[in-house]
Ligand binder design. Structure first.
Ligand SMILES: *Cc1c(COP(=O)(O)O)cnc(C)c1O
Length: 391
Protein backbone atom coordinates (compact mmCIF):
# COMPACT_ATOMS: atom_id res chain seq x y z
CA UNK A 1 0.00 0.00 0.00
CA UNK A 2 2.69 2.46 1.09
CA UNK A 3 4.86 1.52 -1.82
CA UNK A 4 2.11 2.24 -4.28
CA UNK A 5 1.40 5.66 -2.79
CA UNK A 6 5.09 6.58 -2.86
CA UNK A 7 5.47 5.31 -6.38
CA UNK A 8 2.53 7.41 -7.46
CA UNK A 9 3.92 10.67 -6.13
CA UNK A 10 6.69 11.41 -8.68
CA UNK A 11 4.29 10.54 -11.48
CA UNK A 12 1.65 12.94 -10.21
CA UNK A 13 4.29 15.59 -9.68
CA UNK A 14 5.55 15.16 -13.21
CA UNK A 15 2.06 15.53 -14.56
CA UNK A 16 1.58 18.81 -12.73
CA UNK A 17 4.64 20.22 -14.46
CA UNK A 18 3.90 18.82 -17.88
CA UNK A 19 3.30 21.51 -20.50
CA UNK A 20 -0.27 21.94 -21.63
CA UNK A 21 -0.15 20.05 -24.92
CA UNK A 22 1.52 16.99 -23.46
CA UNK A 23 -0.92 17.14 -20.53
CA UNK A 24 -3.73 17.12 -23.04
CA UNK A 25 -2.27 14.07 -24.77
CA UNK A 26 -1.93 12.10 -21.55
CA UNK A 27 -5.42 13.19 -20.46
CA UNK A 28 -6.75 11.90 -23.79
CA UNK A 29 -4.82 8.67 -23.23
CA UNK A 30 -6.35 8.25 -19.77
CA UNK A 31 -9.89 9.05 -20.80
CA UNK A 32 -12.51 6.46 -21.66
CA UNK A 33 -14.32 8.84 -23.99
CA UNK A 34 -13.40 11.78 -26.20
CA UNK A 35 -15.81 14.61 -26.92
CA UNK A 36 -14.77 16.87 -29.78
CA UNK A 37 -16.55 20.16 -30.43
CA UNK A 38 -15.94 21.73 -33.83
CA UNK A 39 -15.88 25.47 -33.21
CA UNK A 40 -15.63 26.22 -36.93
CA UNK A 41 -18.88 24.34 -37.50
CA UNK A 42 -20.43 26.27 -34.62
CA UNK A 43 -19.43 29.56 -36.23
CA UNK A 44 -20.72 28.36 -39.60
CA UNK A 45 -24.08 27.44 -38.08
CA UNK A 46 -24.37 30.84 -36.41
CA UNK A 47 -23.61 32.58 -39.71
CA UNK A 48 -26.09 30.37 -41.58
CA UNK A 49 -28.92 31.29 -39.22
CA UNK A 50 -28.01 34.95 -39.14
CA UNK A 51 -27.94 35.08 -42.94
CA UNK A 52 -31.58 33.94 -42.92
CA UNK A 53 -32.61 36.90 -40.74
CA UNK A 54 -32.10 39.73 -43.21
CA UNK A 55 -30.19 41.99 -40.88
CA UNK A 56 -32.23 41.25 -37.75
CA UNK A 57 -30.25 40.26 -34.66
CA UNK A 58 -29.38 36.63 -34.04
CA UNK A 59 -28.90 35.78 -30.38
CA UNK A 60 -27.27 32.58 -29.10
CA UNK A 61 -29.01 30.45 -26.49
CA UNK A 62 -26.23 29.01 -24.33
CA UNK A 63 -28.31 27.66 -21.43
CA UNK A 64 -27.43 24.30 -19.86
CA UNK A 65 -23.74 24.93 -20.55
CA UNK A 66 -24.46 25.54 -24.23
CA UNK A 67 -26.55 22.38 -24.55
CA UNK A 68 -23.79 20.39 -22.88
CA UNK A 69 -21.00 21.59 -25.17
CA UNK A 70 -19.47 24.25 -22.90
CA UNK A 71 -20.74 27.84 -22.62
CA UNK A 72 -17.31 29.22 -21.74
CA UNK A 73 -15.85 27.75 -24.94
CA UNK A 74 -18.75 28.33 -27.34
CA UNK A 75 -20.13 31.75 -26.34
CA UNK A 76 -16.91 33.60 -27.35
CA UNK A 77 -17.17 31.95 -30.80
CA UNK A 78 -20.65 33.41 -31.24
CA UNK A 79 -19.42 36.77 -29.94
CA UNK A 80 -16.59 36.80 -32.49
CA UNK A 81 -19.13 35.99 -35.21
CA UNK A 82 -21.05 39.14 -34.25
CA UNK A 83 -23.49 37.88 -31.62
CA UNK A 84 -24.34 40.38 -28.85
CA UNK A 85 -27.40 38.72 -27.25
CA UNK A 86 -26.95 35.62 -25.13
CA UNK A 87 -29.61 33.63 -23.29
CA UNK A 88 -29.15 31.39 -20.27
CA UNK A 89 -31.86 29.76 -18.18
CA UNK A 90 -30.54 30.31 -14.65
CA UNK A 91 -29.06 33.34 -12.96
CA UNK A 92 -25.99 31.36 -11.94
CA UNK A 93 -25.36 30.45 -15.56
CA UNK A 94 -25.43 34.15 -16.36
CA UNK A 95 -23.05 35.00 -13.52
CA UNK A 96 -20.57 32.44 -14.84
CA UNK A 97 -20.88 33.75 -18.39
CA UNK A 98 -20.62 37.46 -17.49
CA UNK A 99 -16.86 37.25 -16.95
CA UNK A 100 -16.40 35.27 -20.17
CA UNK A 101 -18.03 37.80 -22.49
CA UNK A 102 -17.11 41.43 -23.22
CA UNK A 103 -19.29 44.12 -21.66
CA UNK A 104 -21.06 45.06 -24.89
CA UNK A 105 -22.93 41.74 -24.89
CA UNK A 106 -26.29 41.38 -23.14
CA UNK A 107 -26.99 38.22 -21.13
CA UNK A 108 -30.65 37.40 -20.60
CA UNK A 109 -31.89 34.98 -17.95
CA UNK A 110 -34.86 33.06 -19.37
CA UNK A 111 -36.24 31.80 -16.07
CA UNK A 112 -36.27 35.37 -14.83
CA UNK A 113 -35.88 36.23 -11.18
CA UNK A 114 -36.34 34.06 -8.15
CA UNK A 115 -37.63 36.17 -5.26
CA UNK A 116 -34.59 37.65 -3.51
CA UNK A 117 -32.26 37.27 -6.50
CA UNK A 118 -32.77 40.84 -7.78
CA UNK A 119 -29.65 42.33 -6.19
CA UNK A 120 -27.30 39.67 -7.60
CA UNK A 121 -28.89 40.00 -11.03
CA UNK A 122 -28.56 43.79 -11.08
CA UNK A 123 -25.05 43.82 -9.61
CA UNK A 124 -23.81 41.52 -12.38
CA UNK A 125 -25.53 43.54 -15.10
CA UNK A 126 -27.65 40.61 -16.21
CA UNK A 127 -31.00 41.11 -17.92
CA UNK A 128 -33.88 39.08 -16.47
CA UNK A 129 -36.72 37.84 -18.63
CA UNK A 130 -39.68 38.95 -16.50
CA UNK A 131 -42.28 36.21 -16.75
CA UNK A 132 -44.98 37.20 -14.28
CA UNK A 133 -46.27 40.17 -12.31
CA UNK A 134 -44.29 39.11 -9.23
CA UNK A 135 -41.04 39.26 -11.17
CA UNK A 136 -42.03 42.64 -12.62
CA UNK A 137 -42.77 43.92 -9.09
CA UNK A 138 -39.50 42.59 -7.71
CA UNK A 139 -37.42 44.17 -10.47
CA UNK A 140 -39.26 47.49 -10.26
CA UNK A 141 -38.82 47.61 -6.49
CA UNK A 142 -35.14 46.89 -6.83
CA UNK A 143 -34.75 49.69 -9.39
CA UNK A 144 -36.32 52.04 -6.84
CA UNK A 145 -33.91 50.81 -4.16
CA UNK A 146 -30.94 51.46 -6.45
CA UNK A 147 -32.29 54.75 -7.72
CA UNK A 148 -31.66 53.81 -11.35
CA UNK A 149 -33.53 52.13 -14.17
CA UNK A 150 -32.88 48.45 -14.83
CA UNK A 151 -33.12 46.58 -18.15
CA UNK A 152 -35.43 43.60 -18.72
CA UNK A 153 -37.03 41.46 -21.36
CA UNK A 154 -40.75 40.93 -20.80
CA UNK A 155 -42.15 37.56 -21.80
CA UNK A 156 -45.78 37.16 -22.75
CA UNK A 157 -47.52 33.83 -22.98
CA UNK A 158 -49.00 33.35 -26.45
CA UNK A 159 -50.28 29.83 -25.97
CA UNK A 160 -47.63 27.57 -24.47
CA UNK A 161 -48.75 28.10 -20.86
CA UNK A 162 -45.24 27.62 -19.56
CA UNK A 163 -43.62 30.98 -18.95
CA UNK A 164 -44.59 34.56 -19.54
CA UNK A 165 -47.48 36.82 -18.61
CA UNK A 166 -50.84 35.25 -19.31
CA UNK A 167 -53.31 37.45 -21.14
CA UNK A 168 -55.11 38.53 -17.95
CA UNK A 169 -51.87 39.64 -16.27
CA UNK A 170 -50.85 41.45 -19.42
CA UNK A 171 -54.14 43.32 -19.24
CA UNK A 172 -53.44 44.23 -15.60
CA UNK A 173 -50.02 45.54 -16.60
CA UNK A 174 -51.49 47.54 -19.47
CA UNK A 175 -54.07 49.02 -17.10
CA UNK A 176 -51.44 50.01 -14.56
CA UNK A 177 -48.26 50.87 -16.47
CA UNK A 178 -46.67 52.30 -13.30
CA UNK A 179 -45.99 48.66 -12.36
CA UNK A 180 -43.16 48.99 -14.90
CA UNK A 181 -41.61 52.02 -13.18
CA UNK A 182 -37.84 51.80 -13.19
CA UNK A 183 -37.78 49.08 -15.84
CA UNK A 184 -36.32 49.62 -19.31
CA UNK A 185 -38.00 47.13 -21.63
CA UNK A 186 -35.20 45.96 -23.91
CA UNK A 187 -37.51 43.58 -25.75
CA UNK A 188 -40.85 41.81 -25.58
CA UNK A 189 -40.61 38.10 -26.22
CA UNK A 190 -42.62 34.90 -26.45
CA UNK A 191 -41.82 31.27 -27.23
CA UNK A 192 -43.24 28.84 -29.79
CA UNK A 193 -44.55 25.46 -28.66
CA UNK A 194 -44.66 23.63 -32.02
CA UNK A 195 -42.16 25.37 -34.27
CA UNK A 196 -40.62 22.05 -35.37
CA UNK A 197 -43.98 21.12 -36.91
CA UNK A 198 -44.45 23.76 -39.63
CA UNK A 199 -48.03 22.68 -40.37
CA UNK A 200 -49.15 22.82 -36.76
CA UNK A 201 -51.94 25.38 -36.28
CA UNK A 202 -50.32 26.52 -33.02
CA UNK A 203 -47.69 28.45 -34.98
CA UNK A 204 -50.06 30.86 -36.71
CA UNK A 205 -52.18 31.13 -33.58
CA UNK A 206 -49.21 32.06 -31.40
CA UNK A 207 -47.98 34.50 -34.04
CA UNK A 208 -51.34 36.27 -34.09
CA UNK A 209 -51.43 36.37 -30.30
CA UNK A 210 -47.91 37.76 -30.16
CA UNK A 211 -48.72 40.53 -32.64
CA UNK A 212 -51.85 41.49 -30.75
CA UNK A 213 -50.53 41.22 -27.22
CA UNK A 214 -47.19 42.97 -27.61
CA UNK A 215 -49.17 46.09 -28.55
CA UNK A 216 -50.42 46.18 -24.94
CA UNK A 217 -46.91 46.97 -23.76
CA UNK A 218 -44.76 50.02 -24.49
CA UNK A 219 -43.17 49.79 -27.92
CA UNK A 220 -39.99 47.72 -27.82
CA UNK A 221 -38.06 45.30 -30.05
CA UNK A 222 -39.62 41.83 -30.30
CA UNK A 223 -38.11 38.36 -29.97
CA UNK A 224 -40.05 35.24 -30.95
CA UNK A 225 -38.25 32.56 -32.97
CA UNK A 226 -36.16 29.69 -31.64
CA UNK A 227 -34.13 27.57 -34.11
CA UNK A 228 -37.13 25.95 -35.75
CA UNK A 229 -39.05 29.24 -35.62
CA UNK A 230 -36.45 30.84 -37.89
CA UNK A 231 -37.34 28.21 -40.51
CA UNK A 232 -41.04 29.10 -40.33
CA UNK A 233 -40.23 32.18 -42.40
CA UNK A 234 -39.73 35.95 -42.07
CA UNK A 235 -43.09 36.53 -40.34
CA UNK A 236 -41.62 34.77 -37.34
CA UNK A 237 -38.25 36.53 -37.23
CA UNK A 238 -39.06 39.89 -35.59
CA UNK A 239 -36.03 41.80 -34.20
CA UNK A 240 -34.05 39.19 -32.24
CA UNK A 241 -34.13 35.46 -33.02
CA UNK A 242 -33.11 33.06 -30.25
CA UNK A 243 -31.67 29.85 -31.71
CA UNK A 244 -30.04 27.22 -29.56
CA UNK A 245 -30.29 23.66 -30.92
CA UNK A 246 -29.47 24.48 -34.55
CA UNK A 247 -26.27 26.24 -33.52
CA UNK A 248 -25.12 22.96 -32.01
CA UNK A 249 -25.94 21.01 -35.17
CA UNK A 250 -29.35 19.59 -34.27
CA UNK A 251 -31.87 19.54 -37.09
CA UNK A 252 -34.36 22.43 -36.79
CA UNK A 253 -36.60 20.78 -39.41
CA UNK A 254 -36.87 17.15 -38.29
CA UNK A 255 -38.97 16.26 -41.35
CA UNK A 256 -36.27 17.50 -43.80
CA UNK A 257 -32.53 17.09 -44.38
CA UNK A 258 -30.47 18.85 -41.74
CA UNK A 259 -29.19 22.18 -43.05
CA UNK A 260 -26.82 22.61 -40.10
CA UNK A 261 -23.23 21.42 -39.86
CA UNK A 262 -22.46 18.71 -37.29
CA UNK A 263 -20.62 20.13 -34.28
CA UNK A 264 -20.18 17.17 -31.94
CA UNK A 265 -18.13 14.02 -32.25
CA UNK A 266 -18.26 11.54 -29.40
CA UNK A 267 -15.89 8.58 -29.35
CA UNK A 268 -15.23 5.98 -26.68
CA UNK A 269 -12.53 3.39 -26.23
CA UNK A 270 -12.65 -0.35 -26.28
CA UNK A 271 -11.76 -1.65 -22.81
CA UNK A 272 -11.80 -5.37 -23.50
CA UNK A 273 -12.60 -7.86 -26.26
CA UNK A 274 -13.86 -11.41 -26.01
CA UNK A 275 -15.16 -14.13 -28.28
CA UNK A 276 -18.26 -15.86 -27.00
CA UNK A 277 -19.87 -19.08 -28.10
CA UNK A 278 -23.47 -19.58 -29.22
CA UNK A 279 -25.71 -19.64 -26.15
CA UNK A 280 -23.52 -17.31 -24.07
CA UNK A 281 -25.16 -14.28 -22.53
CA UNK A 282 -24.04 -10.66 -22.23
CA UNK A 283 -24.64 -8.01 -19.61
CA UNK A 284 -27.21 -7.27 -16.92
CA UNK A 285 -30.38 -9.26 -17.11
CA UNK A 286 -28.77 -11.57 -19.69
CA UNK A 287 -30.69 -9.62 -22.28
CA UNK A 288 -28.36 -10.56 -25.14
CA UNK A 289 -27.82 -14.19 -26.10
CA UNK A 290 -25.31 -15.09 -28.81
CA UNK A 291 -26.89 -17.09 -31.64
CA UNK A 292 -23.53 -17.68 -33.37
CA UNK A 293 -19.86 -17.19 -32.47
CA UNK A 294 -19.79 -13.52 -31.53
CA UNK A 295 -17.08 -10.98 -30.78
CA UNK A 296 -18.04 -8.63 -27.97
CA UNK A 297 -16.23 -5.36 -27.25
CA UNK A 298 -16.75 -3.65 -23.91
CA UNK A 299 -16.67 0.11 -24.51
CA UNK A 300 -15.97 2.72 -21.83
CA UNK A 301 -19.18 4.74 -21.92
CA UNK A 302 -22.35 4.23 -19.94
CA UNK A 303 -25.48 5.92 -18.73
CA UNK A 304 -23.43 7.85 -16.16
CA UNK A 305 -21.87 9.55 -19.19
CA UNK A 306 -25.25 10.39 -20.67
CA UNK A 307 -25.23 7.41 -23.02
CA UNK A 308 -28.86 6.79 -22.22
CA UNK A 309 -29.94 3.46 -20.78
CA UNK A 310 -32.86 3.46 -23.19
CA UNK A 311 -30.29 2.62 -25.89
CA UNK A 312 -30.11 -0.87 -24.35
CA UNK A 313 -30.64 -3.67 -26.89
CA UNK A 314 -31.20 -1.42 -29.92
CA UNK A 315 -28.64 1.38 -29.96
CA UNK A 316 -25.43 1.18 -31.99
CA UNK A 317 -21.93 2.56 -32.35
CA UNK A 318 -19.86 2.84 -35.54
CA UNK A 319 -16.37 1.92 -36.68
CA UNK A 320 -14.89 2.09 -40.18
CA UNK A 321 -18.35 2.94 -41.53
CA UNK A 322 -19.82 -0.24 -40.06
CA UNK A 323 -22.81 -0.17 -37.72
CA UNK A 324 -22.12 -2.17 -34.56
CA UNK A 325 -25.19 -2.98 -32.47
CA UNK A 326 -25.20 -2.61 -28.70
CA UNK A 327 -25.56 -6.09 -27.21
CA UNK A 328 -27.72 -6.09 -24.11
CA UNK A 329 -28.15 -3.39 -21.53
CA UNK A 330 -26.28 -0.14 -21.17
CA UNK A 331 -24.39 -0.22 -17.84
CA UNK A 332 -23.36 2.76 -15.74
CA UNK A 333 -19.79 2.92 -17.06
CA UNK A 334 -19.75 0.63 -20.09
CA UNK A 335 -21.65 -0.88 -22.97
CA UNK A 336 -21.15 -4.18 -24.73
CA UNK A 337 -21.08 -4.09 -28.51
CA UNK A 338 -21.26 -6.82 -31.13
CA UNK A 339 -18.10 -6.20 -33.18
CA UNK A 340 -18.14 -9.48 -35.10
CA UNK A 341 -18.32 -7.48 -38.35
CA UNK A 342 -14.95 -5.80 -37.70
CA UNK A 343 -11.80 -7.56 -38.89
CA UNK A 344 -10.00 -8.84 -35.75
CA UNK A 345 -6.78 -6.95 -36.53
CA UNK A 346 -8.70 -3.63 -36.78
CA UNK A 347 -9.79 -3.52 -33.16
CA UNK A 348 -7.96 -3.83 -29.84
CA UNK A 349 -8.18 -2.36 -26.35
CA UNK A 350 -7.90 1.42 -26.71
CA UNK A 351 -9.46 1.45 -30.20
CA UNK A 352 -12.02 4.21 -30.66
CA UNK A 353 -15.59 3.65 -31.75
CA UNK A 354 -17.90 6.48 -32.82
CA UNK A 355 -21.03 7.15 -30.80
CA UNK A 356 -21.99 10.55 -32.19
CA UNK A 357 -20.47 11.61 -35.49
CA UNK A 358 -20.98 11.70 -39.23
CA UNK A 359 -22.44 8.18 -39.33
CA UNK A 360 -24.74 8.73 -36.40
CA UNK A 361 -25.72 12.33 -35.57
CA UNK A 362 -27.10 13.24 -32.14
CA UNK A 363 -30.60 13.32 -33.66
CA UNK A 364 -30.21 9.68 -34.77
CA UNK A 365 -29.03 8.64 -31.31
CA UNK A 366 -32.07 10.41 -29.92
CA UNK A 367 -34.41 8.57 -32.26
CA UNK A 368 -32.97 5.22 -31.10
CA UNK A 369 -33.28 6.27 -27.47
CA UNK A 370 -36.84 7.50 -27.85
CA UNK A 371 -35.97 11.11 -27.09
CA UNK A 372 -34.82 14.31 -28.82
CA UNK A 373 -31.32 15.48 -29.74
CA UNK A 374 -31.60 18.22 -27.09
CA UNK A 375 -31.68 15.57 -24.36
CA UNK A 376 -28.80 13.61 -25.88
CA UNK A 377 -26.56 16.70 -25.94
CA UNK A 378 -27.54 18.10 -22.55
CA UNK A 379 -27.00 14.66 -21.00
CA UNK A 380 -23.36 14.46 -22.15
CA UNK A 381 -21.43 13.64 -19.03
CA UNK A 382 -18.48 15.17 -17.23
CA UNK A 383 -16.06 12.27 -17.68
CA UNK A 384 -15.21 12.78 -21.34
CA UNK A 385 -11.93 14.31 -22.37
CA UNK A 386 -13.15 17.41 -24.19
CA UNK A 387 -11.39 18.91 -27.17
CA UNK A 388 -12.31 22.09 -28.98
CA UNK A 389 -11.24 22.34 -32.62
CA UNK A 390 -10.40 25.99 -33.26
CA UNK A 391 -12.19 27.93 -35.99
C1 LIG B 1 -34.37 26.97 -25.11
C2 LIG B 1 -35.06 28.17 -25.63
C3 LIG B 1 -34.76 28.71 -26.88
C4 LIG B 1 -33.86 27.99 -27.88
O1 LIG B 1 -34.62 26.96 -28.46
P1 LIG B 1 -34.02 25.98 -29.58
O2 LIG B 1 -35.16 25.14 -29.96
O3 LIG B 1 -32.92 25.22 -28.93
O4 LIG B 1 -33.51 26.84 -30.69
C5 LIG B 1 -35.33 29.91 -27.24
N1 LIG B 1 -36.20 30.54 -26.41
C6 LIG B 1 -36.54 30.04 -25.21
C7 LIG B 1 -37.51 30.76 -24.36
C8 LIG B 1 -36.01 28.83 -24.78
O5 LIG B 1 -36.39 28.31 -23.62
Amino acid sequence: MNVRVQAALPDRDARLHTPCAAGDATAAARAGGLLTVDLAALRHNYQTLRAMLNGRACAAVVKADAYGLGAAETAPVFYDAGCRHFFVAHLDEGLALRDTLPDDSAIMVLNGLMPGAEADCAAAGLVPVLNCLEQVAGWSAHAHRLGRRLPAFIQIDTGMSRMGLPEADLARLAAAPDRLDGIVIEAVMSHLACADEPDHPANAEQLANFRARRAWLPDAPASFANSSGIFLGPDYHFDIARPGAALYGLNPQPHLDNPMRPVVRLQAKVVQLRDIAPGAHVGYGWRFRAERPTRIATVAVGYADGWLRSLSDHGAVWMDGIRLPIAGRVSMDSITVDVTAIAPDRIRPGSLVDLIGPDQPADAVAAMAGTIGYEVLTSLGGRYHRRYLAG
